[in-house]
Design a binder for this molecule. Sequence first.
Ligand SMILES: [Cu+2]
Length: 167
Amino acid sequence: MHLHKYEKIWLTFGLGSLALFLIIIGFAAFWKGTHPMSHIETIDPQNVEAHESFKPENLGLREVADGKYTVNIVASAFNYDFGTDADGKPVKKIRVPKGSTVLFQITTKDVVHGFQVAGTNVNMMVEPGHVSRLETVMKNAGEFTVVCNEYCGIGHHQMFATVEVFE
Ligand SMILES: [Cu+2]
């Protein structure tokens, strides 16, 4: 079979790009730990408080075992509810030690939101009617901004919080 020179170049380019993108996906999945969320568990978005994890008193950071934490969050337009602190003020910053394992559990009461902890592999879509979960190890110290990366309305830019990983 005779192939024209330009056709050979084009085929090489096409197959090369395919190989490159597969390598990038493999790197993201196996090295960086980026995986799709499960979305297996459903929840009534009108009544998220009925779920044990999303009762107002169970929101926010909790140490469940030595070096293991759970963070329960309810997203709504335009806020992340991490519960309240001892003074009754809304929590906007959570602190965990470096190297700890953190399970983020989040749901939404209204529309689709995002939950990305910029600079880590935590990046979830939060859909009404579903519980999004992601467990990760906080390998690097620093302050990481939580942002909503799904446009959810006029106050979208006001949805943020901070995760501080200390040494
Ligand atoms: Cu948003």
